[in-house]
Each structure stands twice: as structure tokens, then as C-alpha cells.
Ligand binder design. Structure first.
Ligand code: ZN
Length: 156
């Protein structure tokens, strides 16, 4: 890695006092601002497996049913979402790679809505399940009705 990038990452890690989990987005953004020749990439990381080149069965797909999609994007048990930086050659610079277990090789896969389907909009205010577009923010009409009734009950 070019030493200016390695130096910046080292400085970033020191400044963050090693708290890297959950800060990949802001770190990659900061790095791409500091080095305009880099751009920020959103995607997934999976542990490298030397016996395979295709990891698509570990990632969400555009064909997935809602229940599988919720599991795939679940923060606890789903895929590892991640942000990193790349230069125009596709070389990767990951300012928060230190959050992953040392010595494990990682594969970086850029998020592609045509392959991986929609990203979660957030959680349904009624049941707390992940909601995906198209949606008004609720899973369905039942959740919307229950939540509206609940809010009406609070507001009387
Ligand atoms: Zn719901």
C-alpha cells in the first residue's frame, strides 16, 4: 500500500482509539475526502475461501423472498456490510479493516442493486422487522393499521 494511505489509516486508527466497528462509512468518507483520487465503495466482506471464486450464495439476491432478505440484511446474523475506498485501478484501501479478526483474508464485493436487490429502508415502527422498498415505511397494511391504532390510543 502506498505509504501516504497506510500512514493516514494508522493515524485514523490511533485517533479512533481502535473503535472501528460501525465507523467504516464515516472513515471511508473521510479518507476519500482527504485523498480525492480515492472513492468510497459500499458493499460486503466475506472471509476468503481459496476453493471458490463465487460468493453470491452468501449474499442477498434480487430474487430473494422477503423473509430471506430480512435474514440476509440482519445486523446480527446477516452479511457483513462494509465501506472502503478504492483507487481508479480498483486497489482497495480499508481504513477500518482492523475491526475484523486478524489473519483472516477477506473478499470485498461491491453492492450492486441489480444483483443484491434493495437495501433496507429501516425497521417497521409496528413490528420492528426490516422494511424494503417499495414501502411506506411499514411491512404491510396490517402493521400500518395496528400502529395507527396504537398511536390513536396514546393521543386520546
Ligand atoms: Zn411490521
Amino acid at each position: 500500500m502506498e505509504s501516504k494511505y497506510a500512514e493516514w489509516i494508522k493515524e485514523y486508527v490511533e485517533r479512533s482509539q481502535g473503535r472501528l466497528r460501525g465507523s467504516c462509512g464515516s472513515a471511508a468518507e473521510e479518507m476519500s475526502v482527504r485523498f480525492p483520487e480515492l472513492h468510497m465503495v459500499r458493499g460486503f466482506v466475506v472471509p476468503a475461501d481459496p476453493t471458490r471464486t463465487d460468493y453470491s450464495d452468501e449474499l442477498p439476491t434480487v430474487e430473494m423472498e422477503l423473509e430471506s432478505r430480512r435474514l440476509a440484511w440482519d445486523n446480527e446474523c446477516g452479511v457483513t456490510q462494509h465501506f472502503w475506498c478504492e483507487d481508479t485501478d480498483g486497489t482497495k484501501y480499508d481504513p477500518t479493516v482492523g475491526q475484523f479478526r486478524e489473519g483472516i483474508a477477506l473478499v470485498y464485493i461491491e453492492y450492486d442493486p441489480l444483483k443484491h436487490g434493495p437495501t433496507p429502508l429501516g425497521k417497521c415502527p409496528d413490528c420492528g422487522e426490516l422494511v424494503f422498498p417499495p414501502s411506506d415505511g411499514f411491512c404491510d397494511a396490517t402493521c400500518r393499521t395496528l400502529f395507527t391504532k396504537y398511536m390513536d390510543g396514546i393521543n386520546v
